[in-house]
Design a protein around this ligand. Structure first.
Ligand SMILES: [Zn+2]
Length: 473
């Protein structure tokens, strides 16, 4: 049944678009809050194309939320109004109404950095010591031995079903793009994207070591794959090779010639000498690059001297680069030495970059592969762990945008990751009423709405993967 009204929902104000946010008053302006309970006297005007002007001055929880009713018409958000009083709540009997009783509503989540091609290979190829080199070696061995089209397609589909179940509507995945794998994985990505186009919007970005940018044959093959099967995104892993600037010139020139955006894995390392981020920023400025640039990881930025960190962040800002932190994977891999307790959390200078005006976000990264033994593309888990690892709290401010609107923007998806009149009612509804309730439990009882309908999926059973070559649960 199509949901037509969601009542008494706490909507993080930072996730409203500008116009709606300005009509729903700011926290602290509330004039009728008694004992922590909000009272309301303005009746809901019912479904309307715009929030009613009568809502001014009403219905805001002190903790960054607006208390709203969301009207849905044929799967589209038709109105966002201050929650109506009890006595004004008569709805036609046939109307499907969800009363959240002050539970939180989020827009569907957006994952801008994942690895669906690597996902779930752990049962046949673990990382014996949990280190970064161990991850690289074991993924390479598994790729060479097992990544047939059928194997990649089955694991991608499994991962997407989990993501959809958790409330994700858009995913960017990196695709290992070396040698024979280019011809295997990219057609699978295109087929999967088509099969899933009404459920999860899928983008792909190629992944290979930056030194291969200097190999013209390799670049020709990658560009051909992106043009035929990709999403207009070029990318690679950057680190400190002697020919770094030359290789970056190839990447930027190739992207500009083909109208591609760029997506780099950057300085995923504990060594402060890893400073390819500033070289990418310099290359972007040198090439006057006008496409979008997303850089992931940038772990070693947090280990620079304060002066260097400040200078590099200023360059990143000037170059228009957006940054995604992958906190769960970083804390798992960085600073890992056998027998020694890790001393840092592995994450980049996300607060400093945000303060400088750089678009910042967080995402899942790897799921159950040698780079990260865990994970299920549950973006709420990412937000919860990011909050703890990166201290995104007190105040939460607009950090919820880091898993919704900001990654949607860098992916060019203006209809994802936000709640606004006219957008699809792709929403995640929680019983939790505030941040501490939301982030203390896994929220497995969340309700995911897709185009106004309750999603009735189950999480895929791991036993499905047992049939793939070499899997050994
Ligand atoms: Zn990654």
């Amino acid at each position: 049944m199509m949901v037509e009204l969601i009542r008494n929902a706490r909507l993080p104000r930072c996730l409203l678009d500008g116009a709606a946010a300005s009509l729903l008053p700011a926290s602290g302006e509330k004039d009728r809050m008694r004992g922590g309970v909000i009272s309301h006297s303005v009746p809901s005007p019912g479904p309307s194309p715009q929030p009613s002007p009568r809502t001014r001055g009403e219905g805001v929880h002190a903790e960054d939320f607006a208390l709203v009713d969301i009207a849905v018409d044929k799967g589209t958000i038709a109105g966002i109004t201050v929650a109506a009083d009890d006595q004004d709540r008569a709805a036609p009997a046939e109307t499907d109404v969800i009363d959240l009783d002050q539970g939180i509503v989020f827009p569907a989540f957006v994952e801008c950095h994942t690895h669906l091609d690597k996902g779930h290979i752990w049962p046949r190829r673990a990382n014996p010591d949990g280190t970064f080199p161990g991850a690289l070696d074991n993924v390479m061995a598994d790729r060479d031995a097992n990544w047939s089209a059928q194997d990649v397609a089955a694991r991608m589909d499994f991962a997407l079903r989990a993501a959809e179940h958790h409330g994700v509507t858009a995913i960017r995945t990196h695709i290992d793009s070396l040698g024979k794998q280019i011809g295997i994985s990219w057609p699978v990505l295109a087929e999967t994207r088509e099969a899933w186009k009404d459920r999860v919007t899928l983008q792909g970005a190629p992944l290979f070591g930056i030194q291969f940018a200097l190999d013209a044959t390799h670049m020709r093959d990658v560009v051909a794959a992106v043009r035929a099967y990709g999403s207009g995104i070029l990318g690679c892993v950057s680190y400190m090779i002697p020919e770094l600037d030359q290789a970056l010139d190839v990447m930027f020139k190739t992207a500009a010639e083909n109208g591609f955006d760029l997506d780099f894995h950057v300085d995923e390392a504990t060594d402060p000498a890893a400073r390819s981020l500033e070289r990418i920023a310099a290359a972007a400025l040198r090439h006057r690059f006008t496409g979008r640039i997303l850089c992931g990881h940038c772990c070693s930025l947090a280990l620079q001297t304060p002066d260097d960190e400040k200078r590099i962040i200023a360059m990143v800002k000037e170059a228009g680069i957006a940054i995604v932190s992958l906190p769960m994977c970083n804390m798992y891999l960085q600073d890992r030495q056998k027998g020694r307790t890790p001393r840092w959390r592995g994450v980049t200078s996300l607060h400093e970059m945000k303060a400088a005006g750089v678009p910042v976000m967080v995402a899942s990264d790897n799921t159950r592969d040698p780079f990260y033994a865990y994970g299920d593309l549950d973006t709420l888990e990412v937000f919860r762990e990011a909050t703890r690892i990166l201290q995104l709290d007190h105040p939460f401010a607009d950090w919820p945008k880091a898993v919704t609107a900001t990654p949607a923007d860098i992916m060019g998806l203006s209809r994802h990751g936000r709640i606004a009149v006219g957008l699809p009612a792709n929403l995640v509804l929680f019983k939790a009423r505030n941040w501490t309730e939301l982030l203390s439990r896994p929220q497995t009882d969340r309700v995911v709405l897709r185009h106004g309908k309750r999603l009735a999926t189950m999480l895929p059973d791991y036993r499905e993967l047992d049939k793939l070559e070499g899997m050994n649960p």
